[in-house]
Write a protein of this length. Structure first.
Ligand SMILES: NC(=O)c1ccc[n+]([C@@H]2O[C@H](COP(=O)([O-])OP(=O)(O)OC[C@H]3O[C@@H](n4cnc5c(N)ncnc54)[C@H](OP(=O)(O)O)[C@@H]3O)[C@@H](O)[C@H]2O)c1
Length: 380
């Protein structure tokens, strides 16, 4: 377990001498995937990318060994509705990554050469408000893979606020799944003070995407009873193998699977926590499933366009509806510790792509052929 605590005291930035600047120049060329507006036409894999960049005092040069994709990458690639905020032209996409530190800037104390690290998507919020601060939408829009070069490259310079130590127990592919969907799942289950999921709690997760599988794994490890929805029998079997107590096919009972799920809970009282990833397509069912004073986490909108669910529905169901974005860097570190303590191995889709196949990986995600995380191996 890494005992070092990463901090980013930007006000304490030491002077960087010209000599140290030269010594710490990044080693390039590298392999990278760039440019993502409409990925099918424009996403390009290049080798021998010549990019010479100095390492600032709080920068870390990381040799990346794996990355993974999120729905966010598709949104940034403008496949459906693009996200708010600027997309920097030619930005290297990807928020999730894992790799090894090659060198550090003169002010970096938390990381050293050889450390295994994973990325945090929103370093801006850490730099402005500290490790405990939850990112706002603007911090995410200003984050890795949208405004700052991300993880789909063989090496890159990251500000230290964009990194934490990787779980010691995980290989590169698994470690590279945690930045976005993993942290969102963690924050969903444990982020609301006084309402963290614990032994015996009933948790409902939806579908087999990255957020939901991570939530299932974390909740099971915390001793909760998990019910999972999905659309196929084959995926249901995999959910049971991961520790779900029951599964429900949401497509065979589209108008009442929330009640069907609720009926599985003791006395039909409902779930302590529902991690909703479907948005308007699922929220009304999530409200049917949650117990009085239980929590519905509004984490995503994978279900697509549907009749908006009014906020006042929370009154009728007497529950807490909690919207959240990602999580703080401090939560990311807590999650890493939990993964090592509990021996959790994040689930990676059977189909693993090479960096040169990033376009195919995007397509795999877009066509929803994946189970849990779409991972990309970065060979050197
Ligand atoms: N709030 C945040 O900070 C945050 C962070 C990360 C992700 N998100 C959001 O969370 C959502 C999930 O992300 P992800 O990366 O896990 O997505 P994903 O991997 O793309 O998840 C896709 C899966 O969602 C399931 N699904 C789709 N429609 C459903 C419905 N109506 N009911 C139940 N399940 C449904 C399907 O599961 P089956 O194939 O099993 O049916 C599908 O395979 C996305 O909307 C994403 O934008 C939010």
């Amino acid at each position: 377990m890494n005992e070092t605590v990463e901090t980013t005291p930007s006000h304490m930035e030491p002077e960087v001498t010209e000599k140290s600047r030269l010594r710490r120049r990044a080693r390039l060329p590298m392999k990278a995937t760039k440019c993502q507006k409409g990925f099918e036409e424009s996403l390009k894999y290049e080798e021998n990318v010549e990019e010479s960049q100095e390492l600032g005092a709080h920068d870390v040069l990381v040799e990346l060994h794996a990355a993974s994709l999120n729905y966010r990458e598709l949104a940034i690639a403008n496949v459906e509705n693009g996200p708010a905020g600027t997309i920097v032209p030619d930005v290297v996409p990807g928020s999730d990554g894992a790799g090894v530190v090659k060198s550090v800037g003169s002010g970096v104390t938390a990381f050293k050469e050889g450390d295994r690290v994973i990325t945090h998507l929103a370093p801006g919020v850490v730099e402005s408000d500290g490790d405990e601060a939850p990112p706002a939408y603007a911090n995410i829009a200003a984050g890795l893979g949208q405004a700052i070069d991300g993880t789909l490259r063989s090496e890159g310079i990251f500000t230290e606020a964009a990194l934490v130590h990787a779980p010691e127990s995980l290989g590169w592919l698994q470690a590279a799944t945690l930045t976005c969907s993993g942290l969102t799942a963690w924050n969903s289950l444990f982020g609301l003070k006084g309402r963290a999921v614990g032994p015996g709690d009933w948790v409902l997760v939806q579908g087999t995407g990255g957020v939901s599988i991570a939530a299932l794994q974390f909740a099971v490890a915390a001793g909760a009873v998990v019910v999972a929805t999905t659309s196929t029998e084959e995926k249901a079997a995999r959910l049971l193998a991961l520790g779900a107590k029951h599964t429900i096919n949401y497509q065979s009972n589209p108008d009442n699977w929330g009640q069907e799920a609720r009926d599985l809970t003791p006395g039909g009282k409902g779930f302590d926590m529902v991690v909703d990833i479907g948005g308007n397509a699922t929220l009304s069912q999530s409200l049917l499933a949650v117990r009085i004073n239980g929590v519905v986490v509004a984490a995503g909108l994978s279900g697509g366009a549907a009749e908006p669910v009014p906020l006042l529905a929370a009154l009728a169901h007497a529950c807490i509806v909690r919207g959240l974005l990602l999580g703080s860097r401090s939560q990311l570190r807590d999650m890493v510790r939990f993964i090592d303590e509990k021996g959790i191995v994040p689930v990676v889709d059977d189909m693993v792509f090479e960096l040169s196949q990033t376009k195919e990986a995007y397509k795999w995600l877009l066509e929803r052929k994946h189970f849990s995380k779409v991972a990309i191996r970065i060979d050197h």
